[in-house]
Write a protein that binds this ligand. Structure first.
Ligand SMILES: C[S@@+](CC[C@H](N)C(=O)[O-])C[C@H]1O[C@@H](n2cnc3c(N)ncnc32)[C@H](O)[C@@H]1O
Length: 183
């Protein structure tokens, strides 16, 4: 199941009318990017795992009535390679990241979003360590961290707390942000 945040902000993203793709960064099975693609916006699916990208491709090819394959691109990439600059500046209408954190990437993500474009970010907070995995602090946001990173953007939505997982199962401790890059 895709994130309900996307239902909430899809209309704003569509209104932006950018020809640039949205980046589903660390896409996994592509649940979020596939929802965007279903709504006829171009999506780049990026992940380190070739198997994940192959799975997304298969899902798209299996339902050509639902998904427009010409709107998609696939990018196998290691976002944690040291000293790399994986993105060109201002190259995505939106970058969305769910359940993935690599702190050195944050400023690069901000630069990769086009002016007036969006970031949609949701991942676990330090409180998650008390509820289950992940427990490694490198993968857990500190209180207020996401809001602080995007403090110079227009924050459309912010949440920090406990919510049921979108994909079923247990409560999880997360932070969410939807923010718009200044013009
Ligand atoms: C917990 S999954 C989240 C998948 C998806 N965003 C979602 O919420 O359903 C984390 C994803 O990050 C990807 N990943 C982990 N390390 C990565 C790296 N260094 N570069 C690119 N992707 C990476 C994994 O392959 C995995 O698909």
């Amino acid at each position: 199941m895709h994130s309900p945040l996307l239902d909430q902000y899809l209309a704003d993203i569509q209104k932006f009318e950018s020809p640039l793709p949205l980046l589903d960064l660390a896409c996994g099975s592509g649940r979020n990017g596939l929802f965007i693609l279903e709504n006829k916006l171009p999506v780049t699916f990026a992940d380190i795992k070739a198997e994940s990208l192959a799975e997304v491709k298969q899902t798209i090819n299996n339902d050509t009535a639902k998904f427009t394959s010409s709107l998609t691109s696939f990018w196998q990439v290691d976002f944690e390679k040291e000293n790399s600059k994986p993105f060109t500046d201002n190259s995505y209408s939106a970058v969305m990241v769910f359940r993935y954190l690599h702190r050195p990437l944050m400023e690069k993500i901000k630069a990769a979003v086009a002016s007036n474009g969006f970031v949609i970010y949701e991942t676990f907070t330090t409180f998650q360590a008390e509820l289950g995995r992940p427990k490694n602090p490198a993968f857990l946001l500190k209180p207020g961290e996401l809001a602080e990173i995007f403090a110079d953007w227009q924050i459309l939505h912010y949440f920090e707390g406990t919510k049921m997982s979108d994909t079923g199962g247990n409560n999880q401790a997360i932070a969410q942000i939807v923010a718009r890059k200044p013009l």
